[in-house]
Design a protein around this ligand. Structure first.
Ligand code: HSE
Length: 439
C-alpha cells in the first residue's frame, strides 16, 4: 500500500528483485533521476528494498535496502511495485504470484516465465486489481509490446517478424562477413563477450521462442506459449549456407515469425516459429547487424511498421523497465489500471508442418540429361510448386538452386528428404526457408 509523503502525494515504493547488469542500472537511474521520475509519475518513486542472493557482494548498494529474502520482500506491507530482474521460472513464479495476490503491481523482464505462465500471472493481477507490465521481456529497449498492446489495439495485426536475439544475430552477421563456420564464430563471440558462458538459450532458439510466444499472444489476442512455437536454432547453419545465400544476393538471419493464417474456408489460425531464414540483402532486416534487434509488424490499417534498436544490455533494458515503472506508478497515483490480458480471439495454433513456407534448396547434382527433370518431379510429387531454378556447371557436376513457392512446411521437408536420396544428387548443400520475397 502507498504511504503518504510530506508533500501529501502518495509515494510509490519499489522492491527490486535481482541487481545484476539490468537491475544495477535500474537502481542507478531510479536514484539519479528521482526528481524527473517523480514529476512524470505524479509521485515519488522510491527504492524500498533490493533482494539479491548474496547481499555481501553488493557494497555499492545501501545496506539497509538489501535482503536475501525475496519471498518476504515481495509481500511486505510498504511495497507497491515489484520489479523482477532475476529470470527463470522458479522461485520467481512463486514470488510474483505472491506479490500479485498481495495487490502489488509487477514489472518484469522475464520472457521465459511470461512465455509459459502469463495467463496465470494475468489472472492473479486481475483478481487483485494490480498491473502486470513486461516491455523489457522482448527486444530490450525497443518500445514494441506497448505498441502491440495499446497503440495497435484498434487494428488487425497479420504478421510480426523480426530479429529478437542479439547473440545469434551477432554470430550470423560475423559468419556472413568473414565466411567462417558456426563453431569458430561462436568461440570468438564468447571470447569477446557477445555470447553467454552457456549460450544454449540463445543459439538453440529458446530465448527467441519465448519472445515469439509473447509477441504472438499480444498480436493475435490468443494465448500462445513457448511450447506452441516451432523452434530451430543456428547451430546447424554452415558456412555453405551463408555462401549459397551470398551467391544469390541473400543473407541468413534467425527470425521469429508470428502470423495470422487464413485457410481457404476463411478459418483463422496463428503460427509462431523461430528458425534461420534466407532474406534478400535488400531487405531491411538484412541490414540489422551485430547485437541489434528489429521487428516488422504488419497490420490491416497501419500497413508495415518497423521497430529497431538495442535488444539487450544494462542501460537499454533498464530504459524499458523504468518506462513500465512510471506507467505503473501513474496508474497507482490516479487509481487506474494498465491493459489486462487480451486473449478473447483464442485462435488455434497451427502446427509447423501445416504452416505455409518457402524453401531455398541448393544441390550438387550430376550434369546430364534428365537430372533437372528428376529433381523437378520430386517437388511435383509433393505438390510443391517451383518459383525459380538456377544452374551453374563445373566439370561433371552442376550446382542447382531451387526456390519454391509457398507450400506446407511438411511437404517441403518430405521433398528435400526424397531429393537427398536421388542417385543423381551428390550433395544437398543447403536447405533454408526463404522470407521477404514475392512468392
Ligand atoms: N540473450 C538475449 C540476446 C538478450 O542475445 O538478445 C536478452 O533477451
Amino acid at each position: 500500500m502507498s504511504t503518504v509523503s510530506p508533500s501529501g502525494s502518495p509515494r510509490i515504493r519499489v522492491a527490486l528483485l535481482g541487481c545484476g547488469t539490468v537491475g544495477s542500472e535500474v537502481a542507478r537511474l531510479l536514484t539519479e533521476q528521482a526528481g524527473e521520475l517523480a514529476a512524470r509519475a505524479g509521485a515519488p518513486v522510491e527504492l524500498a528494498g533490493i533482494a539479491v542472493r548474496r547481499p555481501d557482494k553488493h557494497p555499492e548498494l545501501p545496506t539497509e535496502l538489501l535482503t536475501d529474502d525475496a519471498a518476504a520482500l515481495v509481500v511486505r506491507e510498504d511495497i507497491d511495485v515489484v520489479v523482477e530482474l532475476v529470470g527463470g521460472i522458479e522461485p520467481v513464479r512463486s514470488w510474483l504470484l505472491a506479490a500479485l495476490n498481495a495487490g502489488k503491481s509487477v514489472v518484469t523482464a522475464n520472457k521465459a516465465l511470461l512465455a509459459e505462465y502469463s495467463a496465470e500471472l494475468f489472472e492473479a493481477a486481475d483478481a487483485a486489481g494490480a498491473d502486470l507490465y513486461f516491455e523489457a521481456a522482448v527486444a530490450g529497449a525497443i518500445p514494441l509490446l506497448r505498441p502491440l498492446r495499446e497503440s495497435m489495439a484498434g487494428d488487425r495485426i497479420t504478421r510480426v517478424m523480426g530479429i529478437v536475439n542479439g547473440t545469434t544475430n551477432y554470430i550470423l552477421s560475423a559468419m556472413d562477413a568473414t565466411g567462417a563456420g558456426y563453431a569458430e564464430t561462436l568461440d570468438e563471440a564468447s571470447r569477446l563477450g557477445y555470447a553467454e558462458a552457456d549460450p544454449t538459450a540463445d543459439v538453440d532458439g529458446y530465448d527467441a521462442a519465448s519472445k515469439a510466444a509473447i509477441l504472438a499472444s499480444l498480436a493475435f489476442h490468443t494465448r500462445v506459449t513457448a511450447k506452441d512455437v516451432h523452434r530451430e536454432g543456428i547451430a546447424d547453419v554452415t558456412a555453405s549456407d551463408l555462401a549459397a545465400a551470398r551467391t544469390l544476393g541473400r543473407t541468413v538471419k534467425l527470425l521469429a515469425i508470428c502470423e495470422r493464417v487464413t485457410a481457404d474456408d476463411g478459418a483463422e489460425s496463428v503460427s509462431a516459429r523461430v528458425h534461420p531464414v534466407m532474406i534478400p540483402r535488400s531487405h531491411q532486416l538484412a541490414g540489422v547487424g551485430g547485437a541489434f534487434n528489429a521487428v516488422y509488424v504488419e497490420a490491416d490499417a497501419a500497413g508495415e511498421l518497423m521497430f529497431y534498436g538495442q535488444g539487450a544490455g544494462g542501460a537499454p533494458t533498464a530504459s524499458a523497465v523504468l518506462g513500465d515503472l512510471v506507467a505503473v506508478a501513474r496508474n497507482r497515483v490516479v487509481g487506474g489500471r494498465g491493459p489486462r490480458e487480451s486473449a478473447h480471439a483464442a485462435l488455434p495454433v497451427r502446427p509447423m508442418g501445416q504452416t505455409p513456407t518457402r524453401y531455398h534448396v541448393s544441390l550438387d547434382v550430376a550434369d546430364r540429361a534428365g537430372v533437372l527433370a528428376q529433381v523437378a518431379q520430386a517437388f511435383a510429387a509433393h505438390g510443391v510448386s517451383i518459383a525459380a531454378v538456377r544452374q551453374r556447371d563445373a566439370n561433371d557436376t552442376a550446382s542447382l538452386v531451387v526456390v519454391t513457392h509457398l507450400a506446407p512446411d511438411a511437404a517441403l521437408q518430405s521433398t528435400v528428404d526424397e531429393i537427398a536420396k536421388l542417385d543423381v544428387v551428390h550433395e544437398v548443400v543447403s536447405v533454408m526457408r526463404v522470407e521477404g520475397e514475392d512468392a
